[in-house]
Design a protein around this ligand. Structure first.
Ligand SMILES: [Zn+2]
Length: 463
Protein backbone atom coordinates (compact mmCIF):
# COMPACT_ATOMS: atom_id res chain seq x y z
CA UNK A 1 0.00 0.00 0.00
CA UNK A 2 1.19 3.53 -0.74
CA UNK A 3 2.62 5.35 2.21
CA UNK A 4 0.06 8.16 2.29
CA UNK A 5 -1.99 10.09 4.77
CA UNK A 6 -4.78 9.54 5.52
CA UNK A 7 -4.11 5.83 5.70
CA UNK A 8 -6.28 3.70 3.44
CA UNK A 9 -6.66 0.30 5.07
CA UNK A 10 -6.97 -2.86 2.96
CA UNK A 11 -10.57 -4.08 2.45
CA UNK A 12 -9.99 -6.88 4.96
CA UNK A 13 -8.62 -4.50 7.59
CA UNK A 14 -11.38 -1.99 6.89
CA UNK A 15 -13.96 -4.71 7.47
CA UNK A 16 -12.30 -5.81 10.73
CA UNK A 17 -12.18 -2.23 12.03
CA UNK A 18 -15.79 -1.65 11.08
CA UNK A 19 -16.95 -4.84 12.82
CA UNK A 20 -14.81 -3.99 15.87
CA UNK A 21 -16.55 -0.62 15.99
CA UNK A 22 -19.97 -2.29 16.02
CA UNK A 23 -18.90 -4.77 18.71
CA UNK A 24 -17.49 -1.96 20.84
CA UNK A 25 -20.58 0.19 20.54
CA UNK A 26 -22.75 -2.78 21.55
CA UNK A 27 -20.40 -3.41 24.50
CA UNK A 28 -20.69 0.20 25.71
CA UNK A 29 -24.43 0.40 25.14
CA UNK A 30 -27.10 -0.44 27.69
CA UNK A 31 -27.62 -4.05 28.76
CA UNK A 32 -31.20 -3.98 27.46
CA UNK A 33 -29.96 -3.10 23.97
CA UNK A 34 -27.44 -5.96 24.10
CA UNK A 35 -30.19 -8.39 25.09
CA UNK A 36 -32.37 -7.17 22.22
CA UNK A 37 -29.57 -7.62 19.66
CA UNK A 38 -28.77 -11.07 21.01
CA UNK A 39 -32.45 -12.02 20.98
CA UNK A 40 -32.81 -11.10 17.31
CA UNK A 41 -29.63 -12.95 16.37
CA UNK A 42 -30.66 -15.99 18.39
CA UNK A 43 -34.11 -16.06 16.77
CA UNK A 44 -32.50 -16.05 13.31
CA UNK A 45 -30.13 -18.86 14.32
CA UNK A 46 -32.96 -20.96 15.81
CA UNK A 47 -35.08 -20.52 12.66
CA UNK A 48 -32.12 -21.56 10.51
CA UNK A 49 -31.26 -24.53 12.77
CA UNK A 50 -34.84 -25.80 12.82
CA UNK A 51 -35.24 -25.45 9.05
CA UNK A 52 -31.96 -27.06 8.00
CA UNK A 53 -30.60 -29.35 10.76
CA UNK A 54 -32.64 -32.50 11.54
CA UNK A 55 -31.07 -32.79 15.02
CA UNK A 56 -32.23 -29.29 15.94
CA UNK A 57 -35.64 -29.63 14.36
CA UNK A 58 -36.38 -32.54 16.72
CA UNK A 59 -34.99 -30.76 19.79
CA UNK A 60 -36.61 -27.41 19.09
CA UNK A 61 -40.00 -28.97 18.33
CA UNK A 62 -39.87 -31.10 21.47
CA UNK A 63 -38.95 -28.09 23.66
CA UNK A 64 -41.72 -26.02 22.01
CA UNK A 65 -44.25 -28.79 22.64
CA UNK A 66 -43.27 -28.95 26.32
CA UNK A 67 -43.66 -25.16 26.48
CA UNK A 68 -47.22 -25.37 25.13
CA UNK A 69 -46.27 -23.82 21.83
CA UNK A 70 -43.68 -21.38 23.25
CA UNK A 71 -39.94 -22.01 22.93
CA UNK A 72 -37.96 -20.93 25.97
CA UNK A 73 -34.29 -20.96 25.01
CA UNK A 74 -33.19 -22.46 28.32
CA UNK A 75 -35.68 -25.31 27.83
CA UNK A 76 -33.39 -26.68 25.12
CA UNK A 77 -31.33 -29.57 26.50
CA UNK A 78 -27.59 -29.03 26.86
CA UNK A 79 -25.59 -30.05 23.77
CA UNK A 80 -22.84 -32.45 24.85
CA UNK A 81 -19.59 -33.44 23.20
CA UNK A 82 -21.09 -36.91 22.85
CA UNK A 83 -23.97 -35.36 20.84
CA UNK A 84 -21.42 -33.74 18.52
CA UNK A 85 -19.60 -37.03 18.08
CA UNK A 86 -22.67 -39.14 17.34
CA UNK A 87 -24.89 -36.69 15.41
CA UNK A 88 -22.38 -34.86 13.23
CA UNK A 89 -24.43 -35.23 10.03
CA UNK A 90 -27.76 -34.29 11.62
CA UNK A 91 -26.24 -31.22 13.25
CA UNK A 92 -25.14 -29.68 9.95
CA UNK A 93 -27.39 -26.95 8.58
CA UNK A 94 -27.11 -26.30 4.87
CA UNK A 95 -29.12 -23.60 3.12
CA UNK A 96 -28.87 -21.66 -0.12
CA UNK A 97 -27.64 -18.67 1.87
CA UNK A 98 -24.41 -20.49 2.81
CA UNK A 99 -21.71 -21.03 0.23
CA UNK A 100 -20.76 -24.68 0.83
CA UNK A 101 -17.19 -24.05 -0.41
CA UNK A 102 -16.64 -21.61 2.48
CA UNK A 103 -17.41 -24.12 5.24
CA UNK A 104 -14.37 -25.34 7.16
CA UNK A 105 -14.01 -28.00 9.84
CA UNK A 106 -12.39 -27.47 13.23
CA UNK A 107 -11.30 -30.44 15.33
CA UNK A 108 -10.53 -30.63 19.02
CA UNK A 109 -9.42 -33.53 21.18
CA UNK A 110 -12.16 -34.47 23.57
CA UNK A 111 -11.82 -35.73 27.12
CA UNK A 112 -12.92 -39.17 25.96
CA UNK A 113 -10.14 -39.30 23.38
CA UNK A 114 -12.61 -39.09 20.51
CA UNK A 115 -12.06 -35.82 18.70
CA UNK A 116 -14.96 -33.47 18.22
CA UNK A 117 -15.45 -31.93 14.80
CA UNK A 118 -17.37 -28.69 14.27
CA UNK A 119 -18.12 -26.97 11.00
CA UNK A 120 -17.77 -23.19 10.76
CA UNK A 121 -18.82 -20.73 8.14
CA UNK A 122 -15.59 -18.98 7.21
CA UNK A 123 -16.94 -15.63 5.92
CA UNK A 124 -18.56 -14.99 9.32
CA UNK A 125 -16.09 -16.81 11.55
CA UNK A 126 -12.92 -15.30 10.11
CA UNK A 127 -14.26 -11.78 9.80
CA UNK A 128 -15.34 -11.83 13.45
CA UNK A 129 -12.06 -13.41 14.46
CA UNK A 130 -10.09 -10.52 12.95
CA UNK A 131 -12.49 -7.94 14.37
CA UNK A 132 -12.01 -9.28 17.90
CA UNK A 133 -8.22 -9.18 17.41
CA UNK A 134 -8.61 -5.47 16.63
CA UNK A 135 -10.82 -5.06 19.68
CA UNK A 136 -8.29 -6.82 21.91
CA UNK A 137 -5.54 -4.50 20.70
CA UNK A 138 -7.71 -1.57 21.69
CA UNK A 139 -8.76 -2.92 25.09
CA UNK A 140 -5.25 -4.02 26.02
CA UNK A 141 -3.70 -0.70 24.98
CA UNK A 142 -1.65 -2.24 22.18
CA UNK A 143 -1.74 0.77 19.93
CA UNK A 144 1.81 1.89 19.12
CA UNK A 145 4.85 0.29 17.53
CA UNK A 146 5.20 -3.23 18.92
CA UNK A 147 7.65 -6.10 18.90
CA UNK A 148 5.86 -9.35 19.69
CA UNK A 149 7.62 -12.53 20.77
CA UNK A 150 5.50 -15.65 20.42
CA UNK A 151 6.37 -18.88 22.23
CA UNK A 152 3.88 -21.56 21.28
CA UNK A 153 3.33 -24.89 19.52
CA UNK A 154 4.39 -23.54 16.15
CA UNK A 155 7.65 -23.80 14.19
CA UNK A 156 10.39 -21.22 14.74
CA UNK A 157 9.90 -18.37 12.33
CA UNK A 158 12.17 -15.59 11.16
CA UNK A 159 10.95 -12.18 12.28
CA UNK A 160 8.20 -10.71 10.15
CA UNK A 161 7.62 -6.98 9.98
CA UNK A 162 4.38 -5.30 9.10
CA UNK A 163 2.57 -2.04 9.29
CA UNK A 164 -0.81 -1.57 10.91
CA UNK A 165 -3.68 0.36 9.34
CA UNK A 166 -2.72 3.48 11.28
CA UNK A 167 0.95 3.35 10.32
CA UNK A 168 2.46 1.67 13.39
CA UNK A 169 5.15 -0.92 12.92
CA UNK A 170 4.64 -4.48 14.09
CA UNK A 171 7.35 -7.10 14.26
CA UNK A 172 6.64 -10.70 15.22
CA UNK A 173 9.21 -13.32 16.28
CA UNK A 174 8.21 -16.94 16.88
CA UNK A 175 9.91 -19.75 18.85
CA UNK A 176 8.62 -23.25 19.40
CA UNK A 177 7.54 -24.02 22.97
CA UNK A 178 9.10 -27.48 23.19
CA UNK A 179 12.19 -27.23 21.00
CA UNK A 180 14.09 -24.84 23.32
CA UNK A 181 14.91 -24.85 27.02
CA UNK A 182 13.33 -22.07 29.10
CA UNK A 183 16.84 -20.60 29.58
CA UNK A 184 17.39 -20.52 25.81
CA UNK A 185 14.01 -18.83 25.38
CA UNK A 186 14.91 -16.26 28.02
CA UNK A 187 18.23 -15.49 26.29
CA UNK A 188 16.36 -15.14 23.01
CA UNK A 189 13.85 -12.74 24.62
CA UNK A 190 16.72 -10.63 25.96
CA UNK A 191 18.03 -10.32 22.39
CA UNK A 192 14.61 -9.60 20.85
CA UNK A 193 13.51 -7.15 23.60
CA UNK A 194 9.79 -7.53 22.86
CA UNK A 195 7.04 -5.17 23.99
CA UNK A 196 4.64 -8.14 24.05
CA UNK A 197 5.06 -11.81 24.80
CA UNK A 198 2.41 -14.30 23.69
CA UNK A 199 2.58 -17.72 25.38
CA UNK A 200 0.89 -20.14 27.79
CA UNK A 201 0.60 -19.16 31.47
CA UNK A 202 2.86 -22.08 32.46
CA UNK A 203 5.64 -20.94 30.11
CA UNK A 204 5.21 -17.30 31.18
CA UNK A 205 5.65 -18.45 34.77
CA UNK A 206 8.79 -20.49 34.03
CA UNK A 207 10.48 -17.74 32.04
CA UNK A 208 9.51 -15.10 34.61
CA UNK A 209 10.93 -17.18 37.47
CA UNK A 210 14.18 -17.69 35.54
CA UNK A 211 14.44 -14.00 34.66
CA UNK A 212 14.18 -13.05 38.35
CA UNK A 213 16.84 -15.59 39.21
CA UNK A 214 19.55 -15.72 36.57
CA UNK A 215 21.16 -12.33 37.12
CA UNK A 216 20.73 -11.32 33.47
CA UNK A 217 19.21 -7.97 34.36
CA UNK A 218 15.73 -6.57 33.87
CA UNK A 219 13.63 -7.52 30.85
CA UNK A 220 10.90 -4.90 30.60
CA UNK A 221 7.77 -5.65 28.56
CA UNK A 222 4.36 -4.05 28.31
CA UNK A 223 2.09 -7.06 28.14
CA UNK A 224 2.14 -10.84 28.38
CA UNK A 225 -0.78 -12.26 26.40
CA UNK A 226 -1.74 -15.75 27.53
CA UNK A 227 -3.86 -18.51 26.07
CA UNK A 228 -4.78 -22.13 26.55
CA UNK A 229 -4.65 -22.53 30.34
CA UNK A 230 -5.99 -21.05 33.52
CA UNK A 231 -4.12 -17.95 34.78
CA UNK A 232 -3.79 -17.75 38.56
CA UNK A 233 -2.94 -14.79 40.77
CA UNK A 234 0.60 -16.10 41.45
CA UNK A 235 1.37 -16.08 37.73
CA UNK A 236 0.13 -12.50 37.43
CA UNK A 237 2.37 -11.41 40.33
CA UNK A 238 5.40 -13.25 38.98
CA UNK A 239 5.04 -11.76 35.50
CA UNK A 240 4.59 -8.29 36.99
CA UNK A 241 7.72 -8.74 39.13
CA UNK A 242 9.90 -10.10 36.31
CA UNK A 243 8.83 -7.97 33.35
CA UNK A 244 6.82 -5.10 34.86
CA UNK A 245 4.10 -6.37 32.53
CA UNK A 246 0.41 -6.97 32.86
CA UNK A 247 -1.01 -10.35 31.89
CA UNK A 248 -3.75 -10.02 29.30
CA UNK A 249 -5.72 -13.25 29.20
CA UNK A 250 -8.37 -14.33 26.73
CA UNK A 251 -10.84 -17.17 26.61
CA UNK A 252 -11.19 -18.96 23.31
CA UNK A 253 -12.14 -22.34 21.95
CA UNK A 254 -11.69 -24.06 18.65
CA UNK A 255 -15.43 -24.60 18.27
CA UNK A 256 -16.52 -20.94 18.22
CA UNK A 257 -13.32 -18.87 18.36
CA UNK A 258 -13.30 -15.98 20.82
CA UNK A 259 -15.46 -16.26 23.91
CA UNK A 260 -14.24 -13.47 26.19
CA UNK A 261 -11.51 -10.85 26.46
CA UNK A 262 -9.88 -9.47 29.57
CA UNK A 263 -11.36 -6.24 30.91
CA UNK A 264 -9.31 -3.14 30.03
CA UNK A 265 -9.18 -2.23 33.75
CA UNK A 266 -9.48 -5.45 35.79
CA UNK A 267 -8.26 -9.05 35.60
CA UNK A 268 -11.69 -10.60 34.89
CA UNK A 269 -13.09 -11.39 31.46
CA UNK A 270 -15.87 -9.78 29.44
CA UNK A 271 -18.06 -12.07 27.31
CA UNK A 272 -18.17 -11.02 23.65
CA UNK A 273 -21.94 -10.81 23.53
CA UNK A 274 -21.93 -9.72 19.89
CA UNK A 275 -20.83 -13.18 18.81
CA UNK A 276 -21.44 -15.63 21.66
CA UNK A 277 -24.02 -16.19 24.35
CA UNK A 278 -22.44 -17.62 27.50
CA UNK A 279 -24.48 -19.20 30.27
CA UNK A 280 -22.87 -20.31 33.55
CA UNK A 281 -25.22 -22.78 35.21
CA UNK A 282 -25.21 -24.80 38.44
CA UNK A 283 -25.80 -28.54 38.77
CA UNK A 284 -29.57 -28.01 38.57
CA UNK A 285 -29.19 -25.98 35.36
CA UNK A 286 -30.01 -22.65 37.04
CA UNK A 287 -28.01 -19.52 36.12
CA UNK A 288 -25.20 -18.88 38.61
CA UNK A 289 -25.20 -15.64 40.58
CA UNK A 290 -22.02 -13.55 40.84
CA UNK A 291 -19.45 -15.49 42.86
CA UNK A 292 -20.96 -18.89 42.07
CA UNK A 293 -19.16 -21.51 40.01
CA UNK A 294 -20.90 -23.52 37.33
CA UNK A 295 -20.43 -25.12 33.96
CA UNK A 296 -20.06 -23.01 30.83
CA UNK A 297 -22.71 -23.37 28.12
CA UNK A 298 -21.85 -21.72 24.87
CA UNK A 299 -24.07 -20.62 22.00
CA UNK A 300 -22.27 -19.45 18.88
CA UNK A 301 -24.49 -16.69 17.51
CA UNK A 302 -22.96 -17.08 14.04
CA UNK A 303 -22.74 -20.90 14.01
CA UNK A 304 -24.95 -21.25 10.94
CA UNK A 305 -23.00 -24.09 9.28
CA UNK A 306 -23.42 -26.25 12.41
CA UNK A 307 -25.53 -24.56 15.06
CA UNK A 308 -24.05 -24.82 18.55
CA UNK A 309 -26.80 -24.08 21.03
CA UNK A 310 -26.15 -24.42 24.77
CA UNK A 311 -22.98 -26.42 24.10
CA UNK A 312 -21.25 -27.76 27.22
CA UNK A 313 -17.63 -26.97 26.54
CA UNK A 314 -16.47 -28.86 29.64
CA UNK A 315 -15.19 -25.77 31.48
CA UNK A 316 -16.11 -24.50 34.90
CA UNK A 317 -16.19 -20.75 35.48
CA UNK A 318 -17.16 -18.25 38.16
CA UNK A 319 -19.85 -15.72 37.26
CA UNK A 320 -19.17 -12.05 37.94
CA UNK A 321 -21.21 -8.90 38.58
CA UNK A 322 -21.30 -5.59 36.70
CA UNK A 323 -18.00 -3.86 35.88
CA UNK A 324 -17.02 -0.20 36.27
CA UNK A 325 -14.83 0.01 33.15
CA UNK A 326 -17.50 1.29 30.79
CA UNK A 327 -18.18 -2.06 29.13
CA UNK A 328 -21.59 -3.46 29.97
CA UNK A 329 -20.76 -6.98 28.82
CA UNK A 330 -21.33 -9.96 31.15
CA UNK A 331 -18.37 -10.73 33.41
CA UNK A 332 -16.65 -14.09 33.89
CA UNK A 333 -14.70 -13.58 37.09
CA UNK A 334 -12.39 -16.47 36.24
CA UNK A 335 -12.26 -19.68 34.29
CA UNK A 336 -11.35 -22.48 36.66
CA UNK A 337 -10.52 -25.14 34.11
CA UNK A 338 -11.76 -28.39 32.78
CA UNK A 339 -14.31 -30.25 34.83
CA UNK A 340 -12.18 -33.37 34.91
CA UNK A 341 -9.35 -31.57 36.69
CA UNK A 342 -11.55 -31.10 39.76
CA UNK A 343 -12.01 -33.48 42.68
CA UNK A 344 -15.50 -34.66 43.53
CA UNK A 345 -16.06 -34.21 47.26
CA UNK A 346 -18.00 -36.74 49.38
CA UNK A 347 -21.05 -34.41 49.28
CA UNK A 348 -20.96 -34.36 45.45
CA UNK A 349 -19.48 -30.88 44.98
CA UNK A 350 -16.65 -30.41 42.51
CA UNK A 351 -13.65 -28.67 44.01
CA UNK A 352 -10.42 -27.34 42.62
CA UNK A 353 -7.60 -28.92 44.62
CA UNK A 354 -5.47 -26.07 45.84
CA UNK A 355 -2.14 -27.64 46.67
CA UNK A 356 1.28 -26.13 46.36
CA UNK A 357 4.69 -27.75 46.67
CA UNK A 358 4.85 -26.30 50.18
CA UNK A 359 1.93 -28.44 51.36
CA UNK A 360 3.87 -31.56 50.44
CA UNK A 361 7.36 -30.47 51.43
CA UNK A 362 6.20 -29.48 54.90
CA UNK A 363 5.62 -33.22 55.45
CA UNK A 364 8.24 -35.02 53.33
CA UNK A 365 10.80 -34.30 50.57
CA UNK A 366 8.25 -34.70 47.74
CA UNK A 367 9.43 -33.66 44.29
CA UNK A 368 6.36 -34.14 42.10
CA UNK A 369 2.81 -35.30 42.55
CA UNK A 370 -0.32 -36.17 40.61
CA UNK A 371 -3.73 -36.90 42.05
CA UNK A 372 -6.06 -39.33 40.34
CA UNK A 373 -9.64 -39.80 41.51
CA UNK A 374 -11.45 -42.98 40.53
CA UNK A 375 -15.11 -43.53 39.77
CA UNK A 376 -15.83 -44.67 43.35
CA UNK A 377 -14.36 -41.47 44.83
CA UNK A 378 -11.03 -42.95 45.98
CA UNK A 379 -8.13 -40.52 45.48
CA UNK A 380 -4.68 -41.90 44.70
CA UNK A 381 -1.75 -39.53 45.15
CA UNK A 382 1.31 -40.54 43.12
CA UNK A 383 4.48 -38.95 44.46
CA UNK A 384 8.17 -38.95 43.68
CA UNK A 385 10.62 -37.94 46.40
CA UNK A 386 14.29 -37.12 46.92
CA UNK A 387 14.70 -40.38 48.90
CA UNK A 388 12.51 -43.39 49.76
CA UNK A 389 9.64 -42.30 52.02
CA UNK A 390 8.90 -44.15 55.24
CA UNK A 391 5.44 -45.64 55.96
CA UNK A 392 4.99 -42.94 58.61
CA UNK A 393 5.70 -40.21 56.03
CA UNK A 394 3.23 -41.73 53.57
CA UNK A 395 0.58 -41.77 56.32
CA UNK A 396 1.41 -38.15 57.16
CA UNK A 397 0.98 -37.15 53.50
CA UNK A 398 -2.44 -38.83 53.44
CA UNK A 399 -3.41 -36.94 56.60
CA UNK A 400 -2.19 -33.65 55.08
CA UNK A 401 -4.35 -34.26 52.00
CA UNK A 402 -7.44 -35.05 54.05
CA UNK A 403 -6.92 -31.90 56.14
CA UNK A 404 -6.31 -29.71 53.09
CA UNK A 405 -8.96 -31.16 50.77
CA UNK A 406 -11.73 -32.81 52.75
CA UNK A 407 -11.65 -35.01 55.86
CA UNK A 408 -14.20 -37.36 54.26
CA UNK A 409 -12.05 -38.24 51.24
CA UNK A 410 -10.57 -41.72 50.95
CA UNK A 411 -6.91 -41.28 50.02
CA UNK A 412 -4.00 -43.59 49.26
CA UNK A 413 -0.47 -42.32 48.69
CA UNK A 414 1.63 -44.30 46.22
CA UNK A 415 5.35 -43.54 45.98
CA UNK A 416 6.91 -44.06 42.55
CA UNK A 417 10.29 -43.65 40.90
CA UNK A 418 8.91 -41.59 38.05
CA UNK A 419 5.69 -39.91 37.03
CA UNK A 420 6.55 -40.49 33.37
CA UNK A 421 3.46 -42.64 32.68
CA UNK A 422 1.35 -39.74 33.97
CA UNK A 423 3.52 -37.08 32.34
CA UNK A 424 0.94 -36.25 29.72
CA UNK A 425 -0.81 -34.24 32.43
CA UNK A 426 2.02 -31.78 32.66
CA UNK A 427 -0.09 -28.88 33.81
CA UNK A 428 -2.92 -30.82 35.39
CA UNK A 429 -2.42 -31.78 39.01
CA UNK A 430 -5.68 -33.65 39.35
CA UNK A 431 -7.46 -36.02 37.04
CA UNK A 432 -10.76 -37.77 37.50
CA UNK A 433 -11.08 -41.05 35.65
CA UNK A 434 -14.11 -43.28 35.23
CA UNK A 435 -14.16 -46.72 36.80
CA UNK A 436 -12.45 -48.19 39.86
CA UNK A 437 -8.75 -48.14 40.79
CA UNK A 438 -6.84 -50.47 38.47
CA UNK A 439 -4.90 -53.36 40.05
CA UNK A 440 -1.50 -51.86 39.26
CA UNK A 441 0.00 -48.50 38.32
CA UNK A 442 0.89 -49.99 34.92
CA UNK A 443 -2.80 -50.78 34.31
CA UNK A 444 -3.66 -47.19 35.18
CA UNK A 445 -1.00 -45.89 32.78
CA UNK A 446 -2.49 -48.07 30.03
CA UNK A 447 -5.98 -46.79 30.80
CA UNK A 448 -4.72 -43.20 30.74
CA UNK A 449 -3.08 -43.76 27.36
CA UNK A 450 -6.42 -44.86 25.99
CA UNK A 451 -8.08 -41.82 27.53
CA UNK A 452 -5.92 -38.80 26.69
CA UNK A 453 -6.03 -35.72 28.90
CA UNK A 454 -8.36 -32.85 28.21
CA UNK A 455 -6.74 -29.55 27.34
CA UNK A 456 -6.61 -27.34 30.42
CA UNK A 457 -9.08 -24.85 29.07
CA UNK A 458 -10.02 -23.15 25.80
CA UNK A 459 -8.03 -24.64 23.01
CA UNK A 460 -6.51 -22.17 20.66
CA UNK A 461 -5.45 -18.69 20.04
CA UNK A 462 -3.62 -17.39 17.01
CA UNK A 463 -1.74 -14.28 18.01
ZN1 LIG B 1 -14.61 -4.23 32.71
Amino acid sequence: MLNVFPRIPSPQTAQALHLAEQLESLARGPVAAQRAVQGRQLAALLRHARAHAPFWRARIDEATRRGNGQLQFDALPVLTRADLQTHFEQLRARSDELDARAISTARTSGSTGVPVAVERYAPLHEALYRAVMALEDRWSGRDGDTVTAVVRDAPDRAPTAGETWDGHRRATHVRNLIAHTPQALLDWLRAVRPTDLVTTPAMARRIAALALDDGGGPLPMQRVLTFGEVVDADTRHLVRAAFGARIVDRYTCEETGWIALQCPRHDHLHVLSGSVLVEIVDDAGRPCRPGEVGQVLLTGLHSFAMPLLRYALGDLAEAGGPCDCGLHLPVIRRVLGRERSFLRMPDGRLRLARLTGEHWRAVAPVREYRLVQYGDGLVEAFVTAARPLSPAELDALGAMLRTTLDPGLQIVVTPCDSLAPLARWKHIDVLRVDGPRPATAADLARQLTRDPPPPATGTRHDP
